[in-house]
Design a protein around this ligand. Structure first.
Ligand SMILES: [Zn+2]
Length: 564
């Protein structure tokens, strides 16, 4: 039997962006052995007639660091056809860490990425201190898909400085420790270094996360080390509304990219004023022209928070609502049906004090942009539209829909103004990669692990803004090239056999649902796609028609020579 696996007669959309073609794909020893008319049989045969066959999707921006410890399958990313994820973004990692000081590292992550501290203390077996030890643990953990790891500045700083990391600039000794640790981490296979300078990133006691205390000279020293290893530097940005400050920031960042040689990357979300994200795109062009590399991360859906009575609502901050919402759902049902209670809740929702929110935390809803999640493919109607059609108050409508759907009605609250043309504009920019999923973070409110599926199903198939081949390239070869995964992201002889088999006509992201499977019993949102017929990792079937095969073929992808 010459081949381990042969995928028969699919339409091969190989990741290059070139036209698809009908062919068989033979796999041997985890790699693609042949593409074309394969006459020999495989130990395993998969019929892909009428289906498209693509490389596994690659997600360059995730926060799977904590989840990897309790969820070997890497859901929801793996369900959605993602076979390689890059974790440790925005400065948040769970290594390095001093023994006994794990809580300090958790303090950085918990609010900024909305990952429960209880889950992290119950679900993580802290068996490492230095980053290199952590990589060995990740290597040994059972994994369905592949992971590459960045070392995060907040953890690094906290490891080097303890409590002072949250209040002080680094001393020369602190910096020397950090430089050495980044160097060791990249030698051991970290693929980059990440930080946050974003005011969105705070601890649960309203203080900046540790990386935000760093002076720019600290960043320059650390990124200099990254450049020596040809690594990646990712940052959650300072986003200033002052044009002069913006010019100063992007000049600094461009100089850093050119001088260090590190590849610099950050999210570009068209969610604020137009001149802010245009300045980000201009910086990508200017840096390329100056001889540096800078990659913007775009998003196919626009970051949006999912609200429901089953999970959380912005109203929950209000005392009148808290009183009702802190009860079991069955009791809430009775109360929400009571006209007196309803009137009180509606009044509070309109006139209450929502307090201060940051990042993806939801404040008072805007009914004209808050959408009722009815279909996996846009457009979905707004609360204001449907309330007007029914002739009732928007808050009453939300209560009615929740009662009609047994609390399972979700609402989509976009973070910042939603504008499809602007999303497209960013996705079509030549120096962006569509990869800003944040998968593994914000799991109670956001499920953007599906942005790759959404790009292909919605923007390519439905809206025809990209050919299917181009959309596949955007989530395979494009991120593989940007992050340096030289043997993935393309279906060619000799490449790793990370493969999706997709029923293109049936493909969509699926609808959100809840599942209580986080250590400590917390709830998260999940989303299972339709049309994803099979996912193969390193030549082994991982999922077939949504069912896990039992195999765990994922690997830690170490940077440096092993990726060349
Ligand atoms: Zn992030």
């Amino acid at each position: 039997m010459p081949y381990d696996l042969v995928i028969r007669a699919g339409t091969v959309v190989d990741g290059s962006g070139l036209a698809g073609f009908t062919a068989d794909i033979a796999v041997s020893g985890g790699r693609i052995a042949a593409i074309g008319r394969v006459r020999e049989r495989g130990a395993r045969e998969v019929d892909a007639h009428g289906l498209i066959v693509t490389p596994g999707f690659i997600d360059g921006h995730t926060h799977m660091d904590a989840q990897l410890n309790w969820d070997p399958l890497g859901t929801c990313s793996s369900w959605q056809g993602v076979t390689t994820t890059v974790m440790g973004n925005c400065g948040f990692t769970i290594a390095p860490v001093r023994r006994g000081a794990e809580a300090l590292v958790v303090r950085n992550l918990e609010r900024a990425e909305d990952i429960s501290a209880a889950a992290m203390s119950e679900g993580i077996n802290w068996r490492w201190e230095r980053f290199a030890d952590y990589l060995d643990v990740v290597d040994a953990l059972p994994k369905g898909i592949n992971y590459a790891a960045n070392i995060g500045h907040s953890a690094l700083r906290t490891w080097a400085m303890g409590e002072r990391a949250f209040t002080e600039a680094a001393s020369p000794d602190d910096l020397a420790l950090m430089v050495d640790e980044v160097d060791c981490a990249l030698k051991a296979g970290a693929i980059g270094f990440t930080t946050s300078r974003s005011y969105h990133h705070e601890t649960s006691d309203d203080r900046p996360v540790a990386s935000r205390l760093a002076e720019w000279s600290e960043i320059q020293r650390l990124v200099g080390v990254v450049g020596q290893h040809d690594g990646m530097f990712e940052l959650a940005q300072e986003r200033s509304s002052d044009p002069a400050e913006r010019v100063e920031f992007f000049t600094r960042l461009q100089d850093l990219a050119v001088e260090s040689g590190a590849r610099v990357t950050f999210g570009v979300l068209p969610s604020g004023p137009r001149d802010i994200w245009h300045a980000q795109l201009d910086a990508l062009d200017a840096t390329a022209a100056a001889g540096g590399r800078m990659i913007g991360q775009s998003h196919s859906r626009g970051v949006s928070v999912l609200l429901s009575f089953e999970t959380s609502l912005p109203f929950d901050r209000l005392p009148e609502w808290h009183e009702v919402r802190s009860r079991p759902l069955a009791e809430q049902k009775t109360l929400l049906s009571d006209p007196v209670v309803r009137a009180r809740l509606v009044h509070a929702a309109h006139h209450g004090d929502y307090g201060r929110t940051i990042g993806a935390e939801a404040g008072k809803p805007d009914w004209t942009t808050l959408r009722i999640y009815q279909s996996p493919l846009p457009p979905n109607p707004t609360v204001a539209e449907v309330a007007a059609a029914r002739g009732i108050d928007p808050v009453e409508l939300m209560i009615d829909l929740a009662l009609e759907k047994d609390f399972r009605q979700f609402f989509i609250s976009s973070v910042g103004p939603e504008n499809e043309d602007e999303l497209l504009y960013v996705m079509k920019h030549p120096h962006t990669v569509m990869t800003f999923s944040d998968s593994g973070a914000h799991v109670g409110q956001i499920v953007d692990a599906c942005i790759q599926t959404h790009l292909i199903a919605y923007w390519a198939r439905e809206r025809k803004q990209f050919s299917v081949e181009e959309a596949v390239r955007m989530v395979t070869l494009a991120p593989a090239r940007a992050w340096g995964f030289h043997d993935r992201g393309l279906l060619r002889q000799g490449m790793m056999a990370d493969i999706n088999i997709i029923d293109l006509e049936a493909l969509h992201t699926g609808m959100p649902a809840t599942r209580r499977d986080i250590p400590g019993g917390a709830q998260r949102l999940i989303m299972k796609p339709e049309g994803m017929r099979a996912t193969i990792v390193a030549g082994e079937l991982l999922f077939e028609n949504g069912e896990h095969s039992g195999a765990l073929p994922g690997q830690l992808l170490r940077g440096g020579r092993s990726l060349q």
